[in-house]
Design a protein around this ligand. Structure first.
Ligand code: NAD
Ligand code: IPM
Ligand code: MN
Length: 356
């Protein structure tokens, strides 16, 4: 018998606490051999006892778990967002989860705001650098509150960091196919090297050097502004995109729009060989939290992504198939044009998964 994989579940705040239980229900229904343990890290815990990440929390996750499933962090009661920084960015940085893999797949033509675009036209992936860039939050403020105030926000890019994420993108391109089974063939590096010449120059040089190691893969480049326009004009042209932390954040919200909105987008924060973390792309959405209206599909698709990563491809395929059935049968939340609640969608998908 396969030994059960251990999954740490951290629902977090807002709609994270609503969508993650649905993803966990679907995981259980898939029959994958997993054991879960839940942690209360988030705004509630922080407000109650001041803890963001308990002592040795990251070491515990790395040692005791095979993967982590996370909801979202962000609560209007914590205006500094300190807990989100320490928990979410803490996991990415301190556990060194350097590749943020964000697949962009249109499951049904009805979900795309673009005319005449079908599922085969939107099937690309963004590989976002996840441990450096402006997210390091290096910098400072000088003469705060005066007319002469100065704010500096540094963009940190190391050769090692840039190399490993670009190499990850080429390896991903080599090893993964599109949904229709066809080969992936292109890696596009997106930057703003025409204006940010120091960091951009490093990315350019490293991209050129690594692309030579993969002669069978086409290497392309686009500035991030032009890429945003092209993503909306013609998403068919994209295959694997690799970019820095901040551009990756921004373009994946744009890309979520092509898939049916933030409620549909899944992601993984990965370091091959280490305990990796999986989370929907969306945030805690405070205005819709607690109303049973958040779309759980992004979280559910994230759990399928996690199962694939853990080697349970058949169970992951069952989940993805059931989500597709739910969309086709309009068993969806309001953001997708349906009339069901978060729980009801989760329940429907879990039952469909169990019956597969
Ligand atoms: P958000 O993703 O929470 O919401 C953006 C928009 O998308 C809102 O209109 C929201 O209602 C909608 N939306 C998001 N997820 C949805 C879902 N599952 N179903 C239906 N609609 C959905 O982003 P925001 O409003 O910019 O941020 C809110 C809070 O979340 C902030 O504190 C932010 O820092 C945090 N945040 C956390 C994460 C994370 O933990 N991974 C990601 C993004 C934002
Ligand atoms: C995301 C979120 C986070 C990010 C925030 C909450 C810091 O927007 O996961 O996309 O910018 O990475
Ligand atoms: Mn984001």
């Amino acid at each position: 018998m396969t030994k059960a994989k251990r999954i740490a579940i951290i629902p977090g705040d807002g709609i994270g606490k609503e969508v993650i239980p649905q993803a966990v229900k679907v995981l259980a229904a898939s029959g994958a051999p997993v054991e879960t343990a839940e942690f209360d890290w988030g705004a509630g815990r922080y407000l109650a006892d001041g803890t963001t990440v308990p002592r040795d929390g990251f070491a515990m996750l790395a040692k005791e778990f095979d993967a982590i499933l996370v909801g979202a962090f962000g609560d209007p009661r914590v205006s500094t967002n300190i807990h989100a920084k320490e928990i979410l960015l803490g996991m990415r940085f301190r556990m060194d989860l350097y590749a943020n893999v964000r697949p962009v797949r249109l499951l049904d033509a009805s979900l795309c705001p673009l005319k005449g675009v079908e599922p085969k036209d939107v099937d690309f992936v963004v590989i976002r650098e996840n441990t450096e860039g402006v997210y390091v939050d290096a910098g400072g403020v000088f003469k705060q509150g005066t007319e002469d105030e100065v704010a500096v926000q540094e963009d940190i890019n190391t050769r090692k960091g840039v190399e490993r994420v670009i190499r990850y993108a080429f390896d991903y391109c080599e090893k993964n196919t599109k949904l229709d089974g066809s080969k992936r063939a292109k890696v596009l590096m997106c930057d703003k090297s025409n204006a940010m010449t120091h960091a951009g120059g490093l990315w350019q040089r490293v991209f050129k050097a690594i692309s030579r190691e993969y002669p069978q893969i086409k290497a392309e480049h686009m500035y991030v502004d032009a890429l945003c326009m092209q993503m909306v004009r013609d998403p068919r042209q994209f295959d694997v995109i690799v970019t820095n932390n901040m551009f990756g954040d921004i373009i994946t919200d744009l890309a979520a729009g092509l898939q049916g909105g933030l409620g549909m987008a899944a992601s993984g924060n990965i370091h091959p060989g280490k305990t990796s973390m999986f989370e929907p792309v969306h945030g805690s959405a405070p205005p819709i939290a607690g109303k049973n209206i958040a779309n759980p599909m992004g979280a559910i698709l994230t759990s399928a992504m996690m199962l694939n990563h853990l080697g349970f491809a058949a169970e992951a395929a069952k989940i993805e198939g059931a989500v597709l059935d739910a969309i086709r049968e309009k068993k969806t939340t309001q953001d997708m044009g349906g009339a069901l609640g978060t729980k009801e969608v989760g329940e429907w998908i879990a039952q469909r998964v169990a019956g597969r």
